[in-house]
Design a protein around this ligand. Structure first.
Ligand SMILES: [Fe+2]
Length: 280
């Protein structure tokens, strides 16, 4: 990665005839209270930095980064301030929403800066991104409040001319891991029913599951992205770590409403990862 954050050598805003928006999706950083601390043996901040370094080698500058929760493990001044500094150094707009490990109030208070934003809607002609808060105070599972569902429906109803990408923290379909699926979005069926009424709703992107998911529900693409630190083993009945490396996702939004996407990963699993852990 260069000093400004990204390699600007190639302007990739157009691919073929279609204008495209490049999104860097990163999720579940789990920053700890102090630098150098580890979680499940992993220095989560160092792993986050390694992921950004990897993404920085792309031959385009992302138009924005989308951050879908569990930004920190320890919601405190130090963890959010260190994250804010790292995001500011990226030099691209970064849009954040909370996960179950975050403190939404503290996050909204500490993170916003010139290029770091906590907001519900991002307008990208001819797209919009709707960012939802699925957290329930004091619980690991997720639910969309009536207010959040209303915001989604209002965004879809009021902007029929905008293709829509929806972002939230919790998974909206079962992952196949019994322990993880105790935390699936509680009112996922209500959420999905709204999306199905609006054909311009194109995709949902989320974190929480610390693994890649790419499925289709009706016209909707459902995308989960690996964590920037440790990964959970897919289809495991109980908590188990995976041998997959940290990763991130590229999302390309085209002017004709189509989406391109792929997951990229680091070469190695973080040093020190405690595979035998049975929880965190
Ligand atoms: Fe997480």
């Amino acid at each position: 990665m260069n000093g400004s954050g990204y390699n600007n050598s190639k302007d990739a805003r157009t691919i073929g005839k279609a204008a495209v928006t490049h999104i860097l999706h990163i999720t579940d950083f789990h920053f700890l209270a102090e630098p150098g601390q580890t979680l499940l043996g992993v220095d989560t901040e160092q792993s986050f930095a390694a992921v950004l370094e990897h993404a920085g080698h792309a031959p385009w500058k992302p138009d924005l980064a989308l951050l879908t929760g569990d930004l920190v493990q320890d919601p405190c001044h130090s963890s959010y301030e260190r994250l804010k500094q790292r995001l500011s150094a990226l030099g691209i707009p970064c849009y954040c929403l909370p996960g179950n490990h975050d403190d939404p109030r503290l996050m909204s208070e500490l993170l916003p800066s010139e290029n770091v934003h906590v907001q519900h809607r991002i307008m990208l002609d001819p797209w919009q991104i709707v960012c939802l808060d699925s957290t329930i105070s004091g619980k690991a599972s997720g639910r969309l409040s009536d207010e959040q569902l209303g915001l989604l429906e209002q965004s879809l109803r009021n902007h029929p001319d905008r293709y829509t990408l929806i972002a939230l923290h919790h998974h909206v379909i079962p992952s196949g891991s019994r322990w993880m699926d105790t935390m699936v979005l509680e009112n996922a069926s209500e959420f999905l029913a709204i999306t199905q009424k609006y054909p311009h709703a194109r995709a949902v992107v989320f974190g929480h599951v610390h693994q890649e998911i790419d499925k289709v529900f009706g016209r909707l693409r459902l995308l989960a992205t690996p964590s920037t630190c440790f990964q959970f083993k897919p289809f495991s009945p109980n908590f188990a770590l995976d041998i997959a490396a940290p990763g991130y996702r590229w999302i390309e939004l085209y002017a004709d409403g189509t989406i391109g996407t792929r997951v990229e990963r680091l070469t190695d699993v973080p040093a020190g990862l405690e595979f035998t852990s049975n929880g965190y």
